[in-house]
Design a protein. Structure first.
Length: 201
């Protein structure tokens, strides 16, 4: 092979290589494309919230309760969240002793926060709870209804969003209370625990 033949061969090889690159480039760039998106969707999570009102903190406060005395108070429990919920209720005494183990709590629903809440109601019939008290002189909590355990429990109350339950609460010191109850002091708090009902059987 002479020099001229070699040069022609190399030039031909170079052209073939360039042609291959050009064709590959044309093949890879000859694509039609498009892209579209949906309109933005607003996602807002719901919430569970209770609002408690009424007169319990004042109407049930008493400085010299005697055997046979009874006090009444209105308690309103509102679902102020966006999700339907279920809730339970418990009363808590700040100090254990004979007073929490003797004084009784009863609750019944009433039509509104301004409805009658006194001894003229049919107590004992249709109550949410009747004469509940601490189980012993060492206990401080009193179950009013339901349970804070997750999931539907016996006695839980259901409330749709924006719904309100109104209760009349009766605190009584039975006439049978003896001297072991005298001079006792304990603060009483009513508490309510709620959870969503959606996807929570």
């Amino acid at each position: 092979m002479n020099a001229r033949t070699l040069r022609v061969g190399l030039a031909s090889a170079a052209l073939l290589g360039l042609s291959a690159v050009t064709l590959t480039g044309l093949a890879s760039s000859a694509l039609f494309t498009d892209s579209k998106s949906t309109s933005a969707a607003a996602i807002t999570s719901g919430n569970v919230a209770l609002t408690v009102g009424g007169t319990a903190s004042t109407a049930l406060a008493v400085s010299a309760m005697a055997p046979g005395d009874t006090k009444y108070a209105v308690v309103s429990v509102a679902n102020s969240g966006s999700l339907a919920l279920r809730y339970s209720g418990v009363a808590t005494w700040s100090a254990a002793g004979t007073l929490p183990n003797t004084a009784t709590l009863s609750m019944r629903t009433i039509a509104s926060s301004g409805a009658t809440c006194d001894g003229t109601l049919s107590w004992g019939t249709g109550d949410v709870v009747t004469n509940a008290k601490a189980a012993s002189t060492s206990a401080t909590s009193v179950t009013l209804f339901g349970s804070s355990t997750a999931g539907a429990q016996t006695g839980d109350r259901n409330a749709a969003a924006a719904a309100t339950d109104n209760f009349c609460v009766r605190l009584a010191l039975p006439s049978s209370a003896d001297n072991t109850v005298a001079g006792q002091t304990s603060n009483l708090t009513l508490s309510f625990d709620a959870e969503q009902t959606a996807n929570n059987p």
